[in-house]
Ligand binder design. Structure first.
Ligand code: KG4
Ligand code: ZN
Length: 336
């Protein structure tokens, strides 16, 4: 069965076609992605109205390109999976409308997919050997949460951020250091260029079960202000980045360790944009007694293959298969 995936929840338009065999083994046939960071970087964050317009412009081009590359027509598809939420409503609407139109015109089943479920299962898409149950840290620009993944559609929340997401902490810190949006990867590159730092940041809510990054944001602001006269010095900037990355990653790793202790699970996956972070991957790999699983860098960030893959795995259990689906800006994955 060929599954078309469509993702437009934030600032990446993405399309993918994944082939499932009779044993539910998945193979990505084509994946197209168009990032809008060049549009939003001038504003220091995603501008929802501009994002919707970009999706409207880019999505048809990506669909056309994918179908041409595969040399197939829509009627050869067996299923469409489209991101229904969580995300920006106007952006979700573009993907949902397009999916609905294709579904109606060609009588193809269509499933509205939870974006976080996509991230959770992306680790399995890239690591077929990863078996249920596993722990998954979803860590992106909008989300920071750990779940016990018991099976497809069966997620148990362990911890979630009560304020900022880790990606937001990276991006806002980067902004303070005049690093262009989205600054996470660039801040990480500065951080990785040194091996130590003279600066320190306080621990973030070390005992609480929930994540919190707003206190860190204030601490970073004070730290950077204190170095205002030295920011032109590349060594100083790199050391500040090192300290900020270290503080965020330390918090993520600490919560993973807590989750491993409380659940007894040994398989630990990380997913979402921040899971591309090399320091986070390295420290997870060094944790004793666990098996770490990562999505490939292309599947850490928002992509449509994880949406197609999730739709393919969900077909058996889903009652509603045609839509139309209303977009859901909030949609906790443990409630699907
Ligand atoms: O999953 P994603 O593409 O979109 C959301 O759903 O938010 O994640 C984007 C986030 C941004 O905050 C970006 O700065 C961050 O992931 N990010 C990174 C790295 N690559 C992307 N943060 C730290 N280190 C990286 N290497
Ligand atoms: Zn995402």
């Amino acid at each position: 069965m060929l599954v078309l995936g469509i993702e437009t929840s934030c600032d990446e338009s993405a399309v993918s076609v994944v082939e499932f065999d009779a044993h539910s083994a998945a193979k990505i046939l084509v994946e197209e992605i168009s990032s809008q960071s060049d549009v939003h970087k001038h504003y220091g964050g995603v501008v929802p109205e501009l994002a919707s317009r970009e999706h409207l412009k880019n999505l048809p081009l990506l669909l056309d390109s994918a179908m041409r590359k595969l040399d197939i027509g829509y009627s050869e598809l067996g299923l469409i999976g489209v991101t229904r939420g969580p995300g920006l409503k106007g952006c979700l609407l573009i993907g949902l409308s397009m999916a609905q139109a294709i579904s109606d015109a060609h009588s193809i089943d269509c499933l509205g997919i939870n974006h976080i479920e996509g991230h959770i299962l992306s680790a399995k898409l890239d690591n077929p050997a990863l078996n249920f149950p596993y722990l998954c840290l979803v860590v992106s620009g909008g989300h920071t949460e750990i779940h016990i993944v018991n099976g497809v559609g069966d997620y148990q929340l362990v911890a979630r951020t009560i304020d900022d997401a880790a990606g937001e902490a990276f991006d806002k810190s980067a902004h303070l250091l005049s690093i262009e949006y989205p600054g996470g990867a660039k801040l990480a590159a500065f951080a990785d260029s040194v091996s130590a730092s003279r600066f320190k940041l306080p621990r973030v809510m070390p005992e609480a079960k929930a994540f919190s990054f707003s206190g860190l944001k204030t601490a970073v602001l004070l730290l950077v202000k204190g170095q205002a006269n030295n920011l032109a010095d590349p060594q100083c900037k790199a050391e500040l980045c090192f300290t900020i990355q270290d503080a965020i990653v330390r918090e993520l790793i600490y919560k993973i360790e807590q989750a491993v202790k409380s659940t007894g699970l040994k398989s630990v996956a990380i997913a979402g944009g921040v899971s591309a972070n090399r320091c986070l991957r390295h420290r997870l790999s060094e944790l004793p007694g666990i098996e770490p699983y990562f999505a490939t860098p292309l599947h850490c960030v928002d992509n449509a293959s994880m949406i197609a893959y999730t739709a393919g795995l969900r077909t058996a259990r889903e009652q509603t298969r045609r839509g139309p689906y209303a977009p859901l800006s909030r949609w906790p994955v443990e409630q699907i």
